[in-house]
Design a protein around this ligand. Structure first.
Ligand code: FAD
Length: 564
């Protein structure tokens, strides 16, 4: 990848390329990488630069008029090279077959593609994300090299599920971060234009063909990009905002001829179903905890959880949801104490914290011994001493056209209207998680595992919404459907009625299951890359050209900001 900075380029350039990708997060860079070394010229236009910048981040400000947002909205999306992958946790799982099906009890459900058709893309996505084998069911016991639990869950009502954690290509303790380092610097046909904010998508007068995009930097530089195909990869809220705000030529916004852009906003509402007594929770933490899978690519970490079975969802008209344990580590956790002592020895300073760590270690020899036993004899990670152990849940949302992103009357400093979020959560979400909580209690009773004390709000008929939190997984605002009256993009992710415009990311998901979105985002992005490469883009390449002559003597006019 070669890097350029709009702030340092001559003003008002017209840049022509084959493929323009807007946004350099997991979606954008996964697509770009597929073209590395081909004869297709790719320009990635990215709002951020290589370092954080509060002014750029402020372009993500929102106006909220829906369910109160619980997470700090400043850190749920990241406007920087590599996008939100700079702050994600890295938890991955694919969606279920059922998530793709049209379900009579979930209005507007059903994908235009079958889940099966994504298998090879999920495998390939796993390579970008540094994850282990594409396996998320009980075949994993064998691969973990631990014995399967003696008593199984009652699979007519509950289903055992697993997530795995992404691993950085160089640092196994971090999840994959897209951005610099994701692709070699010496790929000549992939250029990245940083500090370049797309502010308008310009179509022909009828709104049926995307002609160009307008790009602006915060220091006032402007450029126009023309490409044979342009893919929006700006995230689940921003893709819709950009299409709606591009209303100078078509007043309703680009691709919004059926008033669908921005509608069906979903997330994975997260909630605490109940909590366990931390002392007696050991047995349940042991079974529903983390596991290691060692293979030729190193160690992969998995988490075991519980979901509603498909049969039960169908029988009781419930949404897909899954629960897992979340713990808050106690201050005197002996494993944390070991880290504290190591840091103190490294600094050569005996601090009060070092004394506390030493006491924590010396007074808990059993905990240390048990951790070592797990680590070296059971091939399992150590269990931290917990202050709190909670049963946490993610639920899919019933797609609702009135849950939506529209444009605010307030503007950002580039003159773009802010996103106005009217996010809604339905009673079906509460019913689904409530049922899951009760079934887990019954099942743990049967299995002789400690039961959680369930949260009171689960039984509340009203006022329960604030117990659900947004989870930084905005979804559905440019949903996929082959019917232009039902969706914004078709099965190839092309915007209905707008030639040359494509969308990638969670905004194209018609429904979102319970699984965290990024694995699916990358898989669908790779599928789109294949479509563009083999079917849409002409085989003849175009050199990137700049109409204002050469800059700094470079033959293409592109100057690597690194070489300045
Ligand atoms: C704290 C946290 C934890 C998370 N943990 C997980 C997890 O465990 N598992 C999981 O699957 N997901 C997780 N996520 C979500 C995950 O980060 C996103 O699903 C993923 O990053 C989305 O990828 P994307 O490429 O679609 O969008 P992004 O990563 O958001 O990238 C969008 C890019 O577009 C750029 N952009 C935006 N607007 C413009 C514009 N107008 N012009 C030019 N460029 C623009 C942005 O600067 C950014 O680089 C987490 C998110 C957060 C905040």
């Amino acid at each position: 990848m070669k890097f350029n900075d709009l702030r340092t380029l001559e003003n008002h350039q017209v840049i022509e390329t084959d493929l323009c990708i807007v946004g350099s997060g997991p979606a954008g860079l996964s697509i770009a990488k597929e073209f590395a070394g081909t004869n297709i010229q790719v320009l990635v236009v990215e709002s951020g630069g290589k370092a954080e910048d509060p002014d750029t981040q402020s372009l993500y400000e929102i106006e909220n008029v829906g369910v109160p947002r619980q997470l700090d909205q400043d850190v749920i999306r990241y406007r920087i090279l590599g996008g939100t992958s700079h702050i994600w946790t890295g938890r991955c799982a694919p969606f279920d077959d059922l998530d793709f099906q049209q379900r009579s009890w979930v209005p507007h459900s059903g994908w235009s593609i079958a889940r099966r058709s994504l298998d090879s893309y999920l495998e390939r996505a796993g390579e970008n994300l540094g994850i282990g084998p594409h396996c998320y069911d009980e075949r994993l016991w064998e691969q973990f090299k631990v014995s399967r639990p003696a008593s199984s869950l009652n699979e007519t009502v509950l289903k055992p599920v697993f997530w795995q954690f992404s691993k950085h290509y160089t640092n196994p303790y971090e999840p994959a971060r897209f951005g610099q380092g994701f692709m070699p610097d010496d790929v000549p046909n992939i250029n990245v234009l940083m500090n370049a904010n797309v502010t308008h998508l310009s179509t022909n007068a009828a709104g049926t063909r995307l002609e160009s995009i307008e790009v602006t930097s915060l220091n006032g530089k402007q450029a126009t990009v023309k490409a044979k195909a342009i893919v929006l990869c700006c995230g689940g809220i921003e893709n819709a905002r950009l299409m709606l705000a591009s209303n100078r030529i078509v007043p309703y916004g680009v691709g919004n001829q059926n008033d669908l852009v921005g509608r069906f906003l979903m997330d994975h509402p997260g909630c605490v179903l109940g909590s366990f007594d931390p002392i007696s929770a050991k047995k349940v933490r042991d079974r529903f905890g983390h596991y290691w899978l060692d293979n030729t690519k190193g160690r992969h970490v998995y988490l075991h959880g519980i979901a509603l079975s498909h049969k039960l969802q169908e029988k009781e008209q419930l949404l897909n949801c899954a629960a897992y344990l979340e713990t808050v580590t106690a201050e005197d956790d002996p494993w944390g104490a070991i880290q504290g002592l190591k840091a103190s020895l490294k600094n050569g300073k005996i601090t009060p914290q070092a004394y506390r760590s030493a006491i924590a270690l010396l007074t808990q020899p059993h905990a240390v011994g048990y951790g070592l036993y797990r680590r070296y004899l059971k091939n399992r990670p150590t269990i931290n001493k917990a202050e709190r152990v909670e049963l946490f849940c993610h639920v899919e949302q019933r797609p609702d056209p009135d849950s939506r992103v529209t444009l605010s009357d307030k503007f950002d400093r580039l003159g773009m209207p802010l996103s106005r979020l009217n996010w809604k959560i339905s009673e079906q979400e509460r019913q689904s998680v409530r049922r899951l909580a009760h079934l887990i209690c019954d099942e743990f009773d049967r299995l002789d595992l400690p039961k959680p004390v369930l949260s009171d709000w689960l039984e509340q008929k009203e006022g329960w919404e604030p117990n659900f939190s947004d989870r930084a997984h905005p979804t559905g605002t440019t949903r996929m459907s082959n019917d232009p009256k039902q969706g914004v993009v078709d099965a190839n992710s092309q915007v209905h009625g707008v030639d040359g415009l494509f969308v990638a990311g969670s905004s194209v998901f018609p429904t979102a299951g319970y699984a965290n979105p990024t694995l699916m985002i990358v898989a669908l992005s790779l599928r789109l890359a294949d479509w563009l490469k083999f079917n849409y883009l002409p085989t003849k390449s175009t050199q990137i050209t700049w109409d204002r002559g050469q800059i700094d003597g470079s033959s293409t006019g592109l100057v690597s900001s690194d070489s300045r």
